[in-house]
Design a protein around this ligand. Structure first.
Ligand code: NAP
Length: 324
């Protein structure tokens, strides 16, 4: 048995229920781990609302860090007592005990706490691929990142700044401006009060930016395309304000011959080599102080509903976690 958050229908935060669940029999290549700390991610709200459909009833959550307590007969990579973290399906991280395939786990270095690992792995690996693989950002680039005071924003902006590019960030309120600056933004625009596309073009002397990283989606889409330079790249990696409705070749892509990609951390870490490489880059960036982690809020498992309410109400100014 394990305490776990379950949903039996899609909807608002109220569909999250804390239950005692029976655990299935461990498969030969599976590991049973005791979660110490769980990552709170915007994708959890898409799963809960049904934007990204799940088979119901279902657990929720894709990121956690804990200790191996039992292993299947054919598990080779880990032993009982190992400290491990994950950022992947199968869903169900909001739980005391979680079963994961061994190939989806990474070792957590001894000098990194479970709290830090679970606040950083999914968001950090996302930043790793966005900055180094989707588009290889260099010191010559000027880039725009939306929601620069958010969870991914905290890590992305610090890491981008270490690369030495010119970084423009957007935020939704005045109080988040200082946070985005502290994270490393050279310029911060409040996109609820200012026209961010116009301001970005002013900052870049009308040239536009090399890349836009857009996790906001519907609300920022048109403006993001406007801010791009000729042959720039639009990276749409999330839907915090709702999904983009339509992308038109003639209207959005052809005029400046831009590139559009819709990446996700899962296909960027789908092989064992990629997962190990990406996690290593994140843990090293943390140890080398390229990124500092400030966990802005810690919830208990029974407060999962409140955690989702706060995240969707834009109250969180950085990464948050759920403790078991
Ligand atoms: N594709 C991937 O691999 C991947 C991986 C991780 C995360 N993501 C995406 O990255 C984005 C950030 O994720 P996160 O977990 O770090 O969340 P987060 O940035 O902490 O929270 C989302 C932020 O989006 C902004 N936002 C703008 N309009 C919003 C609206 N209508 N409702 C709610 N928020 C709104 C808010 O910042 P302001 O108040 O400053 O506007 C809010 O704080 C999400 O879209 C997520 O899905 C994608």
């Amino acid at each position: 048995m394990s305490k776990a958050i379950q949903i039996s229908k899609f909807g608002g935060p109220e569909v999250l229920e804390l239950k005692e669940i029976n655990l299935p029999k461990l498969g030969p290549k599976e590991v049973l781990l005791k979660n110490s700390s769980i990552g709170l991610n915007f994708i959890d709200t898409y799963h809960r609302s049904g934007l990204y459909p799940l088979n119901l009833p279902s657990g929720i959550g894709v990121e956690g860090s804990g200790v191996v307590v039992e292993k299947g007969s054919d598990v080779k990579l880990f032993k009982i007592g190992d400290r491990v973290a994950y950022s992947s399906m199968p869903i169900g991280a909001y739980s005391e005990i979680h079963i994961m395939p061994e190939e989806k786990l990474v070792s957590v270095p001894n000098d990194i706490s479970h709290e830090i690992a679970s606040s950083m792995l999914l968001k950090g690996m996302t930043c790793e691929y966005l900055l180094h693989r989707t588009y290889k950002v260099t010191s010559k680039d000027t880039i725009l990142f939306h929601a620069a005071a958010g969870g991914v924003g905290q890590i992305f902006c610090q890491w981008a700044k270490k690369i030495g590019c010119k970084l423009i960030g957007t935020v939704g309120s005045e109080e988040k401006i200082e946070i985005a600056k502290k994270n490393g933004c050279d310029h911060v625009i409040n996109y609820t009060t200012d026209n961010f596309a116009k301001k970005t073009l002013e900052i870049t002397d009308g040239k536009g930016v090399d890349v836009v990283y857009d996790g906001v989606g519907e609300k920022t889409f048109e403006g993001s395309i406007e801010t791009l330079k000729v042959r720039g790249m639009f990276v749409t990696f999330g839907n915090a304000s709702g999904p983009i409705k339509t992308i038109e070749l003639k209207k959005h892509i052809a005029p400046k011959a831009i590139f559009i990609t819709r990446p996700s951390v899962f296909p960027y870490t789908s092989t064992r080599e990629e997962l190990e490489m990406s996690a290593k880059m994140v843990f090293e960036a943390f140890k080398e102080k390229k990124i500092k982690m400030e966990i802005v809020k810690k919830y208990s498992l029974s407060e999962a509903r409140k955690a989702h309410e706060d995240l969707e109400a834009r109250k969180l100014k950085g990464p948050a976690i759920i403790l078991t």
